[in-house]
Design a binder for this molecule. Structure first.
Ligand SMILES: *Cc1c(COP(=O)(O)O)cnc(C)c1O
Length: 327
């Protein structure tokens, strides 16, 4: 029987296939953060965000199991209804302290965090400046916000300055968003200088530290990469990478967090993280804060790798190796 949906989708898939852009999922059994079994082969993995191998740390696993025993396998509801199990407050206090902000809010994932935070803070009469290489979920949040989105050239402070000089006056508020560590290229945003620029023009600055927490600046993340804390109003990040668990977060001032907890749609209308994920994140933070040799190792390894291959010196544990076309 003719089905226009399947017909449409098949045509789309063949076009993707022809362009070498069709992708598929492969069973991947990660024995730990280093070794993986895939298609019957035992492989050394260079392609994982579990930078500190904390997904498999005995203390992290034991803490997660204990949380399931005590609080159950799931949160049961949105945090604003009955899903706010006591582990959230503990994790949020720990994150705020580590990031040197007044408060924090934990989300279901990093993607949900960005999709919720940006539309809560800016709207139609606001300007949003975004680095052209920002992560997909910063774009998603930007589009959901209905703000006037303008793209700036990657890490180009002069371009940000130019756009602010041109347009800032026409809008009520302005928000600058950028990855702190760029997820595909591994370089860092100039957060201290961006923060100064933002302050001079009454713009707000948000950084996404998904790949910085746990592995940059003694584990404190890209906002601290210059040696002191850069003036970043909104420090967003994920619990799903070096932390080895799952979830997202925002660290910011108390009023900002109060508003986010009242209005961010991806927090209000989505179920709270399972207790095990929150407990695992707390246990991982304990390890990250206590072991600076561990948090220094991924960058040292990446730099050894770039030296051996004669690539530009790694600034983060992400080393891009660019392979011509899609094929
Ligand atoms: C991975 C990533 C995210 C998404 O985080 P999840 O917790 O995996 O949803 C957001 N931003 C950046 C820059 C990332 O690399």
């Amino acid at each position: 029987m003719f089905n226009s949906l399947d017909d449409f989708v098949r045509a789309k898939l063949s076009a993707l296939e022809a362009a070498h852009l069709r992708r598929s999922l492969v069973d991947s059994f990660r024995e730990d953060g280093v070794w993986i079994e895939r298609s019957g082969r035992h492989l050394l993995s260079f392609s994982c965000n579990d930078y500190l191998n904390l997904t498999h740390h005995p203390k992290v696993k034991a803490t997660a199991i204990a949380a399931i025993e005590k609080y159950g396998a799931g949160a049961g509801a949105s945090r604003l209804i009955t899903g706010n199990h006591p582990l959230f407050a503990e994790l949020e206090a720990r994150l705020a302290k580590f990031k040197q902000t007044e408060a924090a809010c934990v989300f279901g994932s990093g993607y949900l965090a960005n999709a919720g935070i940006i539309p809560t803070l800016v709207g139609e009469s606001d300007l949003l400046l975004i680095d052209e290489l920002s992560h997909s979920c910063l774009w998603a949040g930007s589009q959901l916000s209905s703000a006037q989105v303008q793209t700036f050239r990657h890490n180009d402070l002069a371009h940000v300055e130019e756009l602010l000089a041109q347009s800032r006056g026409e809008y009520r508020h302005a928000l600058i968003v950028t990855d702190g560590v760029f997820s595909m290229d591994g370089d860092l945003a100039p957060l201290a200088d961006l923060g100064a620029l933002a302050q001079a023009r009454d713009a707000w600055l948000m950084s996404d530290d998904a790949h910085g927490l746990g592995v940059v600046a003694n584990g404190k993340g890209s906002v601290f990469a210059s040696g002191s804390k850069a003036p970043v109003d909104l420090q967003m990040g994920t619990l799903s990478k070096a932390i080895g668990s799952y979830g997202g977060y925002l660290c910011a001032s108390q009023p900002v967090i109060d508003l986010i907890k009242t209005r961010a749609r991806t927090l209000v209308y989505s179920t709270g993280l399972p207790p095990a994920s929150v407990a695992a994140a707390i246990a991982a933070l304990d390890i990250i804060e206590a072991d600076s040799a561990l948090t220094a190792r991924p960058l040292a390894n990446a730099q050894a790798f770039t030296r051996a291959l004669n690539l530009p010196l790694a600034q983060s544990p992400i080393v891009p190796v660019i392979l011509n076309d899609e094929m």
